[in-house]
Ligand binder design. Structure first.
Ligand code: BO1
Ligand code: ZN
Length: 254
């Protein structure tokens, strides 16, 4: 397995054949060029409230901060299939460099959350990842607000326990729905890929229009706590926007 990193994203192209495909992610969303699609079904989530459920494993895998999710969490509506949650993770930058992967009119948000789901017709994420209808990722833009976000604090307060690469910890179950925007009604939809190697072009992407707010302190905790290989700061873990190559970005709203 090739040891990829964010510093040399051009190296992904030669080491992973799918990374040079024509349906890669992330992309810029040009809000003046999206197609309003009134028939996009609304997103209906089920089983996202994990309060009182078994503890969840939070891991620093050297590329991101990742929370393992139980298969009780599902997207019941919004797609042609039922999708089962596997994990959620984040992409971020530094205080100086906003680190969302997707951009809106070429502007980055400070950070982005991805809730990764796989099609329930497959056994697990690994099996689904290479299938055309395999994956659905829900993406949320994270911005800075004046108040601490109590829901994000359930994750961020555990970061100091996993500052070393490949360390993990357990956190109590909580309502994962509250990590997403208040309204899920306004979203963008397009066909793309995993934003990291192996870059499989198997993801139906949903990006919520309404952003999520965390405090400046909380964002700093995400940006400044985790370490990657050689004890270097884990930051700027976002891929540059990729060309659409004729793909259409749909919008559920106008
Ligand atoms: S993302 O949401 O597009 N940033 C994304 C990127 C990579 C993965 C999931 C979501 N997952 C990767 C796993 C690898 C696995 C690969 C194919 O999927 O991290 O361990 O090999 O199954
Ligand atoms: Zn991601």
């Amino acid at each position: 397995q090739h040891h990829w990193g964010y510093h040399d994203q051009d190296a992904w192209l030669s080491a992973f054949e799918h990374c040079s495909g024509k349906a890669q992610s992330p992309v810029n969303i040009d809000t003046h060029k999206v197609f309003y699609e009134p028939n996009l079904p609304p997103i209906k989530l089920e089983g996202y409230d994990l309060a009182g459920s078994p503890a969840l494993t939070l891991i620093n895998n050297g590329h991101t901060l990742q929370l393992s999710l139980p298969s009780s969490m599902r997207i019941m509506r919004g797609f042609d299939h039922v999708y089962v949650a596997a994990q959620l993770h984040f992409h971020w930058g530094t205080t100086e460099v906003p680190g969302s992967e997707h951009t809106i009119d070429h502007v980055h948000f400070p950070a982005e959350i991805h809730v990764v789901h796989y099609n329930s017709r497959y056994a697990n994420l690994a099996e689904a990842a290479g299938k055309a209808d395999g994956l659905a990722v829900l993406g949320g833009f994270i911005g800075i607000g004046l108040r601490d976000n109590d829901n994000y604090e359930k994750i961020l307060s555990a970061l100091t326990d996993i500052s070393i690469e490949e360390s993990d910890t357990e956190i109590p179950g909580f309502n994962v729905r509250h990590l997403l925007p208040d309204s899920l009604d306004r979203f963008y939809r397009y066909s793309g890929s995993l934003t990291t190697p192996p870059c499989f072009q198997t993801v139906s992407w949903t990006l919520f229009n309404d952003s999520i707010r965390v405090s400046r302190r909380q964002l700093a905790a995400l940006e400044d706590t985790l370490k990657t290989e050689h004890n270097k700061l884990l930051s700027k873990n976002f891929r540059a926007p990729q060309l659409l190559h004729g793909r259409k970005v749909l919008a559920s709203f106008h």
